[in-house]
Design a protein around this ligand. Structure first.
Ligand code: NDP
Ligand code: GDR
Length: 374
């Protein structure tokens, strides 16, 4: 018999899933994760914590499954009998949700219901605590600044509408069946493990590649968008804290500070030793190099245009501004962020610059490198 707690994480191969798995393993949990079948390996973010299942006492196990498949979810939950389930799996890209709205609704909305139903049908509602990865995208067209737990929702994308269903079905199962189920309404959080097509990583990776001569120019959408960016490491700590309280509640998790996409581009350029200036307006806006210090950008010279706008990246309905009020989490849980947005940006640049240098070296010796961006 073991007294170790058991956690089940959906979305374990994603940014948050990988940090949360590390965090829970360090706390002594037995961690199970749901991963999707893919035609090539999709576990790069968790390979460093992989444990060979053939050794005794392996505390980290992966199961094939999908949020669109209730039979496999029920089987995995029955087999693992988790004390805590973290539902982080999702089609998480807002722009992609306009292109795959039905799939997004199924996985992000119905997927949440499938897990809650599995807990209920298996009679685990008194044992298993449930965390739902809710999102600041619920606020969409913001009705109040800053946004807090009581701010009305106004979702602006198929992704956000699917997450709205997931939010309310979580609340409903808490109220209807007395489940310990809660929503973390998390504002944007990033890291070196952020997916390459989200704006922060697209910028740090894209500009690092340009600085090393692997690409010419970064094409962006709405650079005026304002976001409240935190570090994923700080945010997964909070996901765990939310499941350790006496009673389940929903919390806003944010830093309380917002910046524009344009500001994030400037930080990235500065971290590479570049000064830049934005000129032009609307679709004609661009960023030009005005000075270079250090050796982080050997491929560039003053006057080079490194950022342009491509309206292809505009969204049919945009979320222009998000700013969270984390005071409830600070007061009731003692949660604080440890890493600022600018420090996080520097960490991401350093990581992507190291990758770009590796690729530049390979290219120099005649190997082909794939640095495609979206
Ligand atoms: P990622 O996109 O990095 O990870 C998403 C995870 O979900 C991946 O492991 C992915 O698997 C998995 N997944 C996708 N579709 C399915 C499916 N059909 N069945 C099972 N798993 C699936 O997201 P993040 O780690 O950044 O975010 C984690 C969660 O938090 C998501 O639900 C997201 O919507 C939410 N969220 C994120 C915020 C952020 O700023 N990061 C803010 C607020 C909420 P694969 O690796 O195979 O693609
Ligand atoms: P978001 O994150 O939509 O807030 O959703 P993303 O980084 O994709 O966009 C942030 C803002 O930047 C603007 N933007 C661009 N975005 C992308 N991806 N690519 C571009 O070229 C570009 N140019 C400008 C966007 O229009 C937007 O305003 C993220 C996801 O992690 C969700 O899963 C999560 O729920 C929310 O954060 C909180």
């Amino acid at each position: 018999m073991t007294s170790q707690k058991v956690a089940l994480i959906t979305g374990i191969t994603g940014q948050d899933g990988s940090y949360l798995a590390e965090f829970l393993l360090e706390k002594g949990y037995i961690v199970h994760g749901v991963k999707r079948r893919a035609s090539s390996f999709n576990t790069t973010r968790i390979d460093h914590i992989y444990q060979d299942p053939h050794i005794n006492n392996a505390h980290f196990t992966l199961h094939y499954g999908d949020l669109s498949d209730s039979s496999c979810l029920t089987r995995i939950i029955q087999q693992t009998q988790p004390d805590e389930i973290y539902n982080l799996g999702a089609q998480s890209h807002v722009a992609v949700s306009f292109e795959s709205p039905e799939y997004t609704a199924d996985v992000d909305g119905m997927g949440t219901l499938r897990i809650l139903e599995a807990i209920r049908i298996l009679g685990l509602q008194k044992k298993t605590r449930f965390y739902q990865a809710s999102t600041s995208e619920l606020y969409g067209l913001v009705q109040e600044i800053p946004q807090r737990e009581t701010t009305p929702f106004y979702p602006r994308s198929p992704y956000a509408v699917a997450k709205l269903y997931a939010y309310w079905i979580t609340v409903n199962y808490r109220e209807a069946y007395g489940m310990y189920a809660c929503n973390g309404i998390l504002f944007n959080h990033e890291s070196p493990r952020r997916g390459e097509t989200f704006v922060t990583r697209k910028i740090t990776r894209g500009l690092a590649n340009i600085a090393q001569g692997l690409e010419q120019c970064l094409y962006m959408g709405n650079m005026s968008a304002l976001r409240d960016w935190g570090h994923a490491k700080d945010y997964v700590r909070m996901q765990w804290m939310m499941l350790q309280q006496d009673k389940p509640q929903d919390f806003v998790i944010a830093t309380g500070v917002q910046y524009s996409v344009r500001q994030f581009i400037t930080w990235t350029a500065n971290a590479l030793g570049l000064s830049i200036e934005f000129n032009g307006e609307g679709d004609q806006e661009q960023a030009v190099v005005t000075a270079i210090t250090g050796d982080g950008a050997p491929a560039l010279k003053v006057g080079d245009i490194i950022v342009k706008v491509d309206p292809r990246y505009y969204r049919p309905t945009e979320v222009e501004t998000l700013l969270g009020d984390p005071s409830k989490a600070r007061k009731e849980l003692g949660w604080i962020t440890e890493i600022t947005a600018q420090e996080m940006c520097a960490e991401m640049v350093s990581n992507d610059l190291a990758e770009a240098k590796k690729h530049a070296l390979l290219k120099q010796y005649g190997y082909s490198v794939n640095v495609s961006i979206e």
